[in-house]
Design a protein around this ligand. Structure first.
Ligand code: ATP
Ligand code: MG
Length: 393
């Protein structure tokens, strides 16, 4: 895939931007806090509707405004013939409107998505249209922080490949909210005889949860295999990384969806007193984790900074390879200030794994990255853009 242009309105520190990015390698350089990452963030948003830095859309709106617009123009495969299916210029446009107190027309935050100018009623319809993988300093949170960052990693990866998975996550969350609401009412004595209704939610929740867990197990295995290959290579065969999906006890990677569903149903049944006590659902995909270990030890407490970086790099390369393999399309690669943090062997590994993907990268000093690209055997078009105070020069 290749991004041809980015258009922003009131997004982060951009009042308006109309940027053409049609080279193979696009290097955004400039001082700190000028708006380089903001451009990558806007492109990434068009792949999975999530920023890599925040879950709050309102943070993306320029401070003096109450709405933003992001639009990208892209092509699926520039090497294919123009007449082939899907090989025309496409666009994704996201408009976000913030609720304004006192304005009856804007009582709720609203997001509108368009593909080639056509309104998409469901967010899931956007998944899989445009693929991008971002490498950013925030990736280290996957190792350093709690399970939610790892669940997010696997959820975004699967959603880019299977739009139905993204819809299922939405369904699961809705049922979970309903079940938790009922549990709280039962705990507070407002609805103490509703065991039948609870059973209805248990059934619905188990059904939805089992699909999510089965997909996560499947993709975690794929991630683990590829990450382990790269990690071994970078560490010259000295270290082995394992990635395992940690879920409700009793569920194993060999279980079919129906078996997972029945294990969950039993679990919810046997745990309901505890759940009522706490007023929420204590097991399920919303509590699961991706267990990452290095040579059999949990990675978090023991690994050095370098080992953590290598692990993250291996996981991200796995993400890139899986998207490529499953969709047959090469995602756009967004590199946010990461080249300066990687040593030569890791930079080489990363660039050789991306093949001919379009690269859009940020750095403070372009002289630091020139050597990585200008000495390539197969020269590719490179363009430099200076970013300064919300303007691209
Ligand atoms: P660095 O080299 O430090 O990573 P950068 O060029 O990548 O810098 P960005 O993160 O893209 O910087 O942009 C940061 C700038 O955007 C800051 O000046 C910040 O104050 C501004 N900014 C962030 N969010 C908003 C917003 N919602 N409205 C206006 N300005 C914002
Ligand atoms: Mg930045």
């Amino acid at each position: 895939m290749k991004v041809l242009g980015v258009f922003l309105k009131n997004f982060r520190n951009y009042k308006e931007l109309n940027l053409s990015l049609d080279a193979d390698i696009n290097i955004l350089f400039g001082d700190n806090a000028q708006g380089k990452t903001n451009i990558l963030e806007s492109i990434y948003l068009c792949s999975c509707l999530r920023s890599h830095r925040t879950s709050k859309d309102t943070e993306l709106i320029k401070h003096d405004s109450n709405e933003y617009e992001v639009k990208i123009e892209f092509i699926e495969n520039e090497n294919r013939h123009e007449n082939e299916q899907n090989n025309f210029n496409q666009s994704i446009q996201i408009n976000y409107y913030q609720a304004i107190t006192g304005d009856p027309n804007k009582i709720r935050n609203k997001r509108i998505i368009r593909h080639n100018g056509i309104f998409l009623p469901k967010m899931s319809e956007m998944m899989g249209l445009f693929h991008a993988v971002i490498f950013a300093p925030e990736d280290l949170m996957m190792i350093k922080e709690g399970p939610s960052t790892r669940r997010r990693f696997v959820d975004i990866l699967i959603s880019q490949i299977r739009a139905s998975y993204f819809s299922e996550l939405g369904t699961f969350n809705k049922i979970l909210i309903q079940r938790n609401c009922l549990l709280k009412q039962m705990r507070d004595g407002k609805s103490d005889k509703d065991y039948k209704l609870l059973e209805v939610w248990d059934f619905a929740l188990s059904k939805s949860a089992s699909k999510i867990i089965a997909a996560r197990i499947e993709f975690t295995e794929k991630i683990g295999k590829i990450a382990s290959k790269y990690h071994k290579e970078i560490s010259s065969g000295k270290e082995e990384i394992y990635v395992k999906y940690k879920t409700v006890s009793g569920i194993t990677p060999n279980n079919e969806i129906m078996e997972i569903e029945s294990i969950l149903k039993n679990k919810y049944k046997t745990m309901f007193y505890e759940d009522i006590d706490r007023g929420n659902t204590q097991v399920g995909p919303h509590k699961d984790d991706l267990e990452i270990s290095l040579d059999g030890e949990g990675i978090r407490p023991f690994a050095s900074q370098g080992q953590q970086r290598t692990a993250v790099l291996s996981l991200k390369i796995a993400e890139l390879e899986i998207i490529k393999k499953e969709t047959g399309l090469t995602p756009v690669l967004l590199l946010d200030d990461v080249m300066s943090e990687l040593d030569l062997s890791r930079r080489k590994m990363l660039l050789s794994s991306v093949g001919d993907a379009q690269i859009i990268l940020t750095c403070t000093d372009k002289s630091h990255v020139i050597n990585d690209f200008e000495n390539e055997e197969k020269p590719r078009t490179i363009r430099y853009y200076k970013v300064s105070e919300g303007l691209v020069l």
